[in-house]
Design a protein around this ligand. Structure first.
Ligand code: APR
Length: 233
């Protein structure tokens, strides 16, 4: 079956995405040739994006974070826009994303489970006050709240747990949908990658530039650019 046929036969689609969904918006992914984790730093990016590093080297964390993790200039691409349209048409019930860039919401998606949080939410560790991404981007050094507390991005750093409510919502959506589209992810980071195992529906579709461990279990595998492919539907 073609993707178009599968989409036409499905009316409760869930989309599970990763960094490859935002590369066509100009944001590098992590593990491709030109990915963030292939770039040379004194300290590996996976270490700089850990909770231990955030608390022990907060100034260095924010220097890297401002330089590499705040693409506020990025715009939704055809993948984000198509998914938002499908939600409005009642075909798609939720987006589950590992991305923190907020581009699904910027495209108009309402139900988005952000497994790894969002750069658009930042909060004071002392009083809980909220700050937006611009506050972090425009600041210098370590951002502090007006109460003096340290501000932390609401992003799941290595070594931190995922938000229970978000995981529960994502699992509900994945376990009850009739078509799960997995796209733009190497499916190498757990527990996020493990959520796709809760799919019980009819069509499991993979749209990814490179091969993944899930390929052999899919009804349809498309190795290509997810924005380009969804723009044709
Ligand atoms: N279309 C389809 N697939 C693409 C595209 C594209 N335009 N661009 C890249 N890809 C694919 C790559 O082939 C790769 O398999 O997307 C995948 C991206 O994989 P990763 O870089 O590992 O990103 P992701 O799977 O989202 O990483 C998961 O790792 O560091 C953590 O928290 C971070 O959420 C991230 C998690």
């Amino acid at each position: 079956m073609t993707l178009a046929e599968i989409i036409s036969k499905s009316n409760n689609i869930v989309f599970f995405g990763g960094a490859g969904v935002s590369t066509e918006s100009g944001i590098p992914d992590f593990r491709s040739e030109d990915g963030l984790y292939r770039q040379k730093y004194d300290v590996p990016p996976e270490v700089m994006l850990s909770a231990d590093y955030f608390y022990a080297h907060t100034e260095d964390f924010y220097r890297f974070y401002r330089e590499k993790m705040l693409p506020l200039w990025a715009k939704p691409n055809a993948a984000h826009l198509t998914l938002a349209r499908w939600e409005k048409e009642g075909k798609l019930s939720a987006v589950v994303t590992q991305n923190i860039d907020g581009l699904h919401q910027a495209a108009g998606s309402g139900k988005v489970f952000e497994l790894h949080g969002s750069i658009h939410r930042n909060y004071c560790l002392r009083c809980g006050a909220s700050y937006d991404a611009a506050f972090i981007a425009n600041g210098k050094g370590v951002p502090h709240c007006s109460c003096g507390g340290l501000i932390k991005p609401d992003v799941v750093l290595y070594g931190e747990p995922l938000d229970g409510g978000t995981v529960e919502g994502a699992l509900d959506a994945i376990s009850s949908c009739d078509c799960l589209i997995v796209a733009g992810t190497s499916l190498t980071v757990y527990p996020a990658a493990g959520l796709v195992d809760y799919f019980r529906g009819k069509y499991l579709v993979l749209i990814n530039r490179d091969k993944t461990a899930l390929d052999s279990r899919c009804s349809l595998v498309l190795h290509g650019k997810v924005g380009e492919i969804l723009s044709q539907l």
